[in-house]
Design a protein around this ligand. Structure first.
Ligand code: IMP
Ligand code: MG
Length: 178
């Protein structure tokens, strides 16, 4: 892995594909144990979670469904703190066991908004599977049940995560060069 340039920023190698897939496998194993026979509905938060979700659900060995929602809070490299409206939630969520699939939980604003929205739909249960988690930034009082990996408060790209729309296609994860 070598450094890459995306727009005006340089990014250096951080997490290779093998390590990523290993972490995803661990998450899948835990979800399989907890969700066996519960027909979970994976609610994938677009755009960033598409790649994690693809690997995660291929590791699921119990009957399940997959659907997608969209909502964004980021522009550039720092959280705006603002969240947009949630769109695409067309499934009947009442009585379902929902696994919200996120690429990364940073401030937690995005996931908090989604969890609040979901509560009004009367699901049987809601858990969150986030590939990455920044514990130093997260200040909320709810739990993220499944975390692929904890990372420091640095801006990263790759494996679905972007910098101004770029870098989502990268197999490995890179961190911004300071
Ligand atoms: P939060 O609302 O602050 O938790 O931010 C969550 C969303 O911000 C994620 O779903 C990502 O789309 C985006 N995000 C947070 N940290 C990063 C990062 O380091 N790189 C790219 N996107 C990020
Ligand atoms: Mg996201």
């Amino acid at each position: 892995m070598t450094s890459i340039q995306l727009g005006d920023k340089t990014f250096v190698p951080y997490l290779p594909e093998e390590k990523i897939l290993e972490a995803v496998k661990h998450v899948a194993t835990r979800v399989n144990d907890d969700m066996k026979g519960k027909n979970p509905l994976f609610l994938v938060v677009l755009n960033g979670a598409f790649m994690f979700a693809a690997d995660l659900v291929r590791g699921i060995n119990t009957e399940c469904e997959v659907s997608f929602v969209k909502l964004a809070s980021y522009s550039g490299t720092s959280s705006s703190g603002k969240v947009k409206e949630l769109v695409g939630m067309n499934e009947k969520l009442e009585g379902r066991n929902i696994v919200v699939v996120e690429d990364i939980v940073d401030s937690g604003n995005t996931i908090e908004h989604i969890l609040e929205d979901l509560k009004t739909k009367n699901p049987a249960s809601v858990v969150v599977a986030a590939f990455l988690f920044k514990p130093d930034v997260f200040k909320k009082d709810f739990k993220i049940q499944y975390i692929g990996m904890e990372i420091p408060n640095d801006f990263i790209v790759g494996y679905g995560l972007d910098y101004n729309g770029l870098g989502r296609n990268l197999r490995d994860i890179y961190v911004i060069k300071k």
